[in-house]
Write a protein that binds this ligand. Structure first.
Ligand code: ZN
Length: 138
């Protein structure tokens, strides 16, 4: 485990109609954050998230073309191929409170979004290919 010190904290809303993952990446890049943590609550007008099939070592994606609450979306920022990469998981609820979730993917569209982005200062955190899982891990 690396030890980090708190850096800047960004707190604000993300733009309605934009792609959640792309918008978070844009804000992170604009603020030169390469290591950090993310928390988001709000709502989406459609969602796309992944499930990692461990047997076949590939993501299976689910799309939900419906209005859903973001019950919780947490993630982190680290470097992949020298660029900031956001790895986030999202939990969403429908009108009955039924929840769905997984690995946040492009294709999730913001209806309303309040984001907390915390930079941490210290060692670069770099992702690289992990043979046992087939994933790009720290
Ligand atoms: Zn994931």
């Amino acid at each position: 485990m690396n030890i980090y010190e708190p850096g800047k904290i960004l707190l604000g809303r993300l733009t309605k109609g934009k792609d959640l993952l792309k918008e978070l990446t844009f804000v992170v890049e604009e603020n030169n954050i390469t290591v950090g943590v993310i928390k988001v609550i709000g709502a989406v007008s459609k969602a796309r998230f992944g499930y990692y099939d461990q047997k076949n070592e590939e993501y299976l994606y689910k799309e939900m073309d419906r209005n859903l609450e973001i019950v919780s979306c947490i993630g982190n920022i680290s470097l992949l191929d020298d660029k900031p990469m956001i790895h986030a998981h999202i939990n969403l609820a429908d009108v009955d409170g039924k929840t769905f979730g997984g690995h946040l993917a492009e294709g999730t569209v913001i209806y309303a979004s309040e984001a907390y982005i915390q930079e941490v200062k210290g060692e670069k955190l770099i992702r690289s290919y992990d043979e046992p899982t087939g994933l790009s891990l720290w």
